[in-house]
Design a protein around this ligand. Structure first.
Ligand SMILES: [Zn+2]
Length: 293
């Protein structure tokens, strides 16, 4: 993705990795008809004519939102050296920080880290290993976490990747006094600075929020995991196996898609493959996506 300039802000993408589980595993209800509808406006080497011949290919990346001298990191990918159950992610060793350096930034330049939710693939770079301990990667940054997610994953009993991520990528930031917990009633738009605000987008996780930004230009949305893959635009009601509350997630997905069209948002999806950024358009009873050039 080329840097996207919207008024006083510029958005850049920091790539980490791609991962493509079999499509039926992630969206069990997807049909060949859905894929045919998607193929009208989107082709991708991970997609075949049937769900069984397709992967649910996801890019893992962060965005850096640069506005009036501040650098805001939206979502923090998987991180390096973390113990996870998924082979692509387990003990990863990616050049994410070199990719950050390639846009001229060091870890010390990040002022604010926004995790749209606390799943393992959005918090990993919050911390890095230093002398055998997990320490905040972005030493000068404030980190904003959703209190609902913080309490949910903090209470969780099942030993899974989300709990591991809570322990190695969320708690160390909190314990270092660098985290601020966002209350669940952010139904009143929560301003976090000039031109940047959060809105609730619950369902995928209990406290998932979306980030909005606008500064003398078009309005941007970083929708986190409200939508993972372009196939969800042709079939927004499709249940998605990572959604914590599938019914609430479906309602949120449909609301955000409607909003993206009605308010002409420039979208920065958390998992669409390059070039990732684009706009949602209405397409009969569903939607399509036009990637930015
Ligand atoms: Zn995700």
């Amino acid at each position: 993705m080329k840097p996207v300039k919207l008024g006083r802000m510029t958005v850049r993408k920091i790539f980490e990795m791609e991962s493509g589980p079999p499509m039926p595993l992630i969206v069990p209800g997807v049909t060949a008809d859905d894929l045919a509808r998607l193929a009208v406006w989107h082709t991708d080497d991970s997609l075949g004519p049937t769900p069984e011949q397709s992967a649910f290919m996801m890019s893992m990346h962060s965005y850096v939102l640069q506005l009036d001298g501040s650098n805001i990191l939206v979502d923090a990918c998987n991180g390096n050296h973390k113990q996870r159950s998924i082979p692509d992610v387990n003990q990863a060793d990616t050049p994410f920080l070199a990719n950050l350096a390639a846009i001229g930034l060091t870890t010390d330049d990040i002022d604010l880290v926004l995790c749209t939710h606390l799943h393992f693939d959005h918090v990993g770079w919050n911390t890095r290993l230093e002398n055998g301990r997990w320490v905040p990667t972005f030493a000068n940054a404030r980190y904003l976490f959703s209190r609902r997610d913080f309490e949910h994953f903090g209470r969780q009993q099942i030993e899974d990747d989300h709990l591991r991520a809570f322990r190695d990528s969320v708690l160390p930031v909190y314990d270092a006094g660098r985290a601020e917990l966002i209350e669940p009633d952010i139904s009143v738009h929560r301003q976090i600075g000039d031109g940047v605000w959060l809105e609730p987008a619950f369902g995928h996780s209990p406290g998932n929020f979306s980030v909005f930004a606008q500064a003398d230009g078009e309005r941007a949305i970083f929708w986190g995991d409200v939508i993972h893959h372009p196939v969800q635009l042709v079939h927004p009601a499709l249940p998605m196996s990572f959604d914590g509350d599938p019914e609430q997630a479906r309602q949120t997905r449909q609301r955000i898609l409607r909003m993206a069209v009605e308010t002409q948002l420039v979208c920065f999806p958390a998992h669409f493959r390059d070039p990732s950024a684009g706009r949602v358009l209405r397409d009969g009873d569903c939607y399509r996506y036009r990637f930015l050039e």
